[in-house]
Design a protein around this ligand. Structure first.
Ligand code: ATP
Ligand code: MG
Length: 557
């Protein structure tokens, strides 16, 4: 529930404070219009989720609108596949755009704006190469110089610009520049390029254009055309804001959006730049954009991370102007919190050791009552088949138990989850001394997990019935990088990959899991949360480990 609805203004971030003040003052008639403007040159990642939650969240809280706008003004790297993935991921995260827009659909209007700037004496065609331009730009400590061509007449500039559009000049041979101030202390205001010649095929407009607007020119216009009132972006755009405001002022544009910057999300152990994510995909370090180790929204979804956990994570991270690195443990904490409430429990044995209950009848089967989710009574219950031959976890037995180990050992008694007390009578070893089977006895009086004679056991272990269990592939995912800050200090991030980030094993699982479908997320008791991968086949599910049960964040907090 939003701060406005709860009246909880104390927890409002600085952006919501600004918006609330402007709404109260009746600016833009009290309307709020925001946008989320990804460039369709890759898949959305968890950093984008922070921006999405802000853009869509603020709009919803103030009864406003939020557009999803593809910032597709750079033809070289953009593709329809990315557009489709972006739309899917925004919806999956829980937000419905008021409109889905494309910056490239405004190319005609942008071109008109550029001609208008020329007519107003605020833009000119420049013939200098990037190398030559450096001689006029100046430095941080020195002002720039008047470049040749800056005093061209409006007529000459209009003629040259039209011929740029008509394809008369080679790529890179001319640009259109804003005519601002070569002495400005902000280098972004020293006559920045606003149009360039680039013969590239645009995925929506084909070869209609051979000149393309620069991001800094296009973005304020896109915002203005759409009636955006508040344009949120990350801190690196702060030094671009003077140009944003200059442009709309120079055009006397009647509607003036306000750009507000916030700090981007950084996460420990994660690379977030789309260029690096693309490299991981292209060079097959991962199976694709939706590999469960990727920080992309599609990867997190395939990993089993619920959208609600990501939204809650973004809420907890908050919105500030301070740059920092968020601990991955916070995201995992939010995932566990969500899944603890929602994921049904099952028993699964990942590293199996055979147990034979020697005093249980051969071929006998006995249904035991199990609870689906102790956190959610509505989740109901199911039956587990007890029998003579079981699988337990190898780590739940020690031939020579160390101090503090309360699970099974020769002569020791433990409780089987939802079942009986069993006692290890004999451990069968192979020639190499490896334990291959345990012969155990069970106490029929302890059905349900307690003994009428008051006898206590300290350990409870999980199990599955060897006669009815299904085998399933389980993919144990770990962090993709072995270091907390991949690529930092000039390191090649590809040399810092964790070689053990994926281990595939075969586990024995309760037969009830045969019904599960891709996307279902469950808890394997005492182990972790797992989700059913799309690679599953009917009756042969594949599980991805979402996260283990151990919470390192709660310990820190
Ligand atoms: P990259 O440089 O990796 O391509 P980008 O920032 O250029 O990423 P865009 O598609 O332009 O990616 O981003 C769309 C919006 O998402 C922008 O408003 C941007 O500020 C925001 N955004 C991107 N990364 C983060 C992040 N890590 N944290 C918060 N917001 C982000
Ligand atoms: Mg960008």
């Amino acid at each position: 529930m939003s701060d406005i609805e709860t009246g909880n203004s104390g927890s409002r971030d600085f952006i919501r404070e600004i918006v609330a003040e402007e709404v109260a003052a009746g600016k833009h008639g009290g309307r709020v219009v925001t946008r989320f403007p990804p460039e369709p040159n890759g898949y959305l990642h968890i950093g984008h989720a922070k921006a999405i939650c802000l853009d869509f969240g603020v709009a919803a809280e103030f009864g406003g609108e939020c557009n999803l706008r593809m910032d597709d003004t750079n033809p070289a790297k953009e593709e329809t596949e990315y557009v489709e993935a972006i739309i899917r991921d925004v919806r999956w995260l829980g937000f419905e755009p008021t409109r889905i827009c494309y910056a490239s659909d405004y190319f005609d209007r942008m071109y008109e704006c550029a001609e208008e700037l020329i007519r107003r004496g605020r833009a000119y065609v420049c013939d200098l190469s990037p190398e030559e331009w450096k001689n006029y730009l100046g430095t941080l400590s020195e002002p720039g110089r008047e470049p040749p061509g800056r005093q061209r007449s409006v007529e000459e500039n209009l003629d040259l610009f039209r011929r740029m559009r008509a394809g008369e000049f080679a790529d890179g041979s001319r640009v259109l520049r804003a005519r601002i101030d070569m002495a400005s202390p902000n280098i972004n205001l020293r006559d920045p390029v606003i149009y360039r010649i680039r013969r590239a095929h645009h995925f929506r407009h084909g070869d209609k254009w051979c000149i393309y607007p620069m991001y800094d020119f296009a973005h304020p216009l896109e915002d203005a055309f759409e009636g955006v009132t508040h344009s949120f972006c990350t801190l690196e755009f702060e030094i671009h804001r003077p140009f944003y405001d200059w442009l709309l002022e120079a055009l006397d544009y009647p509607h003036r959006p306000r750009q507000i910057e916030f700090s981007r999300l950084n996460l420990t152990g994660v690379v977030m730049s789309k260029r690096k994510l693309l490299q991981l995909v292209r060079e097959h370090h991962v199976s694709g954009w939706d590999d469960p180790r990727m920080p992309t929204l599609s990867g997190l979804r395939r990993r089993g991370i619920p959208a609600a956990a990501i939204r809650n994570f973004c809420r907890q991270v908050g919105v500030t102007k301070f740059d920092g690195i968020t601990d991955m443990a916070l995201l995992e904490h939010c995932v566990r919190e969500e899944l603890n409430a929602t994921a049904p429990r099952f028993l699964a044995v990942l590293d199996p050791l055979k147990v034979t209950i020697v005093n249980y009848p051969e071929g006998g089967v006995e249904p035991l009552d199990a609870v689906n989710n102790p956190e959610d009574p509505a989740a109901g219950g199911r039956k587990l088949d007890f029998g003579r031959e079981l699988w337990i976890e190898r780590s739940d037995f020690m031939l020579e138990p160390v101090k503090g180990y309360f699970r099974l050992a020769p002569g020791r008694e433990v409780r089987l989850r939802y079942g009986y007390y069993i006692k290890c009578e004999e451990a069968v070893l192979d020639d190499g001394g490896r334990v291959v089977e345990l012969k155990c006895s069970f106490d029929p009086a302890t059905r349900g997990g307690s003994s009428p004679d008051g006898r206590k056991v300290k350990g409870t272990i999980h199990w599955v019935n060897a006669a009815t269990a299904l085998s399933a592939e389980v993919r144990l995912y770990d962090r993709l990088f072995a270091v907390d800050a991949p690529g930092a200090d000039g390191a090649d991030f590809l040399t810092q990959l964790n070689p053990d980030s994926l281990r595939r094993i075969t586990a024995f699982i309760e037969p009830a899991l045969a019904e599960s479908r891709p996307g279902d997320t469950v808890q394997f008791e005492r182990n972790g949360y797992y989700t059913v991968d799309p690679d599953s086949e009917p009756g042969r599910p594949v599980f991805n480990r979402t996260v283990t049960l151990k919470d390192s964040w709660s310990r820190k907090a």
